[in-house]
Design a protein around this ligand. Structure first.
Ligand SMILES: Nc1nc2c(ncn2[C@@H]2O[C@H](COP(=O)(O)OP(=O)(O)OP(=O)(O)O)[C@@H](O)[C@H]2O)c(=O)[nH]1
Ligand SMILES: [Mg+2]
Length: 513
């Protein structure tokens, strides 16, 4: 066998020359070492490439845009439900706290309305006109004849007293969400809580004359209301989990961990359950709200029709509850999902990064722009049910008009000329309900004229409006992707999101070919 080595042509070539001098040998070894260094570097590069390929292709980036309350965070929750169910479910107990906050807020508004009406029923002696000194002179209360005042009894006032502890629950929850001095949150905002039909409101504002052809009815004039907003950088979910686990910090996310916790706000909610149900079901209280032009059922985070279930001792939010819970976003957050490449693109997974931003006007333009550069797609939400509402942040601006102008600014932005734009005309469930209740679309959307006040006509009218802007203002021709959505409906939304994912992947593939 030893002879075979001698016969190996490779060994013969690589063998040092028989009469090699020490200097030649040194030179040869140096050259061999250099060749090895180069070879190792090449190997390393190849290894790095293999590793990168294993990691998969570049992530798909999607930015959620739209005005405040358009449904961006709710759309994100749908993504979580589809692709990150475990996280979604472990956060259930944190959403329980937000739902309590939403319930208590609605109850507080009722208690305040009772106090206002009670003050009108019992005017101070110095106010013979029957107007309360506590009610603002511009309030609709002062302009309504006193004999139309609902008649509150001592039972109503007792009920109100019994429910006052709920205000402490609200304070505790708010403190947890927005710890004083952290500077990472904005606890309050002012906003209107009523939608008065045009003509009834006392402001009479009308921005009108915009190129969107939509009038800015000054609907509103009701109470101004603070809304909790949470900075996405602040770990509010951990705060609630800590609250739930009695300060142990154990991030179990299990509802069971609330049990036996003296700080559990669910205890007071449960104890006040019957009284809350009584309050909301009372016809006089309903007329108090009507008198004050307060429609709680139109506010995001409305749960009073389900108090039975929500005030139960062991209440666990359903997926639907979580989707309907309202917590305003401040700042920008990134969420990562591993998404299967379906629809004939193989069975590999791809990382998707979804960016949720706060849509409040003061935050919008400045915070969104840095993200424009690198996005595969923008999912733009326009809540088309808001045709009769004004902006919380500027009561002179009709919400639908604001959405249209925002759409126009995104469509025409040259930085986004190669970005896919997907439009969700959202909250169609509320649009249908409003039209069915007789609210006249054409009354607010002047350019709609006297066309039929039904869902098909109004929704298609708006679709065409958005499409026209897309066509006229895009820097270069691009496809118009549009869906009518109710993003609180998880089943319908999951199908739409699958379609959107498919569209984005196809577009991305086309570009890389
Ligand atoms: N009925 C109904 N409610 C919806 C729909 N979409 C969103 N909502 C509710 O509207 C409220 C506002 O939705 P969000 O997703 O918080 O809105 P946002 O765009 O993230 O708002 P900001 O964080 O303020 O920018 C929530 O209570 C949602 O449950 C819808 O299609 N139908
Ligand atoms: Mg949000």
């Amino acid at each position: 066998m030893a002879r075979g080595d001698d016969l190996d042509p490779l060994s013969a070539v690589l063998a040092p020359p028989p009469n090699e001098s020490p200097a030649d040998r040194e030179g040869r070894l140096r050259a061999e070492a250099e060749a090895k260094r180069i070879s190792d570097a090449i190997d390393e590069e190849i290894q790095a490439q293999v590793k990168a390929e294993k990691k998969g292709p570049k992530p798909i980036k999607v930015l959620l845009l739209g005005q405040s309350e358009s449904g961006k965070s709710t759309t994100l929750k749908n993504f979580q439900l589809l692709h990150s169910q475990k996280t979604f479910r472990t956060e259930r107990s944190s959403w329980r706290a937000v739902i309590f906050l939403n319930v208590v807020r609605s109850i507080r508004l009722i208690l305040e309305a009772i106090a206002d009406v009670h003050a009108l029923q019992n005017p101070p002696p110095s106010s013979p006109s029957g107007r309360s000194s506590t009610s603002a002179s511009s309030s609709p209360i002062s302009t309504t004849p006193p004999d139309s005042l609902p008649k509150l009894t001592s039972e109503h006032l007792k009920l109100r007293m019994r429910l006052l502890p709920l205000l402490q629950v609200e304070e505790v929850l708010i403190r947890k969400l927005t710890p004083a001095g952290s500077g990472e949150y904005e606890a309050t905002s002012l906003g209107h809580i009523t939608n008065l039909p045009a003509g009834l409101e006392n402001s009479g504002n009308n921005s009108g004359g915009s190129d969107s052809g939509i009038s800015g009815d000054g609907a509103g004039g009701g109470k101004r209301e603070r809304e909790i907003a949470v900075n996405t950088q602040f770990a509010w979910k951990n705060m609630f989990t800590r609250l739930m686990t009695g300060g142990s910090g154990r991030d179990s996310g299990e509802i069971g961990s609330w049990e036996g916790d003296p700080d559990d706000p669910g205890k007071i909610i449960h104890a006040c359950g019957e009284d809350m149900i009584k309050l909301w079901g009372d016809p006089t209280i309903q007329s108090v709200l009507e008198f004050q032009k307060i429609r709680l059922q139109d506010l995001p985070g409305f749960f009073l029709d389900e108090l039975d279930r929500i005030t139960a001792a062991k209440y666990v939010p359903t997926d639907d509850d979580i989707l309907r819970a309202r917590l305003k976003t401040l700042g920008v957050s990134e969420y990562r999902f591993q998404v299967k490449d379906g629809s004939g693109f193989g069975s590999s997974t791809r990382e998707w990064r979804i960016y949720d931003v706060g849509g409040h006007r003061s935050l919008v333009r400045a915070a969104w722009a840095p993200f424009f550069d690198d996005m595969n797609a923008i999912l733009f939400l326009a809540p088309i049910s808001c045709f009769d509402q004004v902006l919380e942040e500027d009561p002179n601006v009709n919400r639908l008009e604001d959405s249209i102008l925002l759409w126009k600014s995104i469509v025409s932005n040259p930085l986004l000329s190669r970005t896919s734009l997907v439009l969700f005309l959202n909250k169609i469930d509320i649009l249908k309900a409003k039209l069915a209740s007789g609210i006249q679309f054409g009354h607010y959307i002047v350019s709609y004229g006297t066309r039929p006040n039904d869902y098909d006509n109004t929704s298609n009218y708006l679709r065409r409006k958005f499409q026209q802007i897309h066509k006229e203002h895009s820097p270069a021709p691009r496809t118009f992707y549009c869906h009518f959505t109710t993003v609180t409906d998880t089943k319908a939304t999951s199908m739409i999101l699958a379609d959107v994912q498919d569209t984005i992947i196809r577009k991305q593939l086309q570009e890389t070919l």
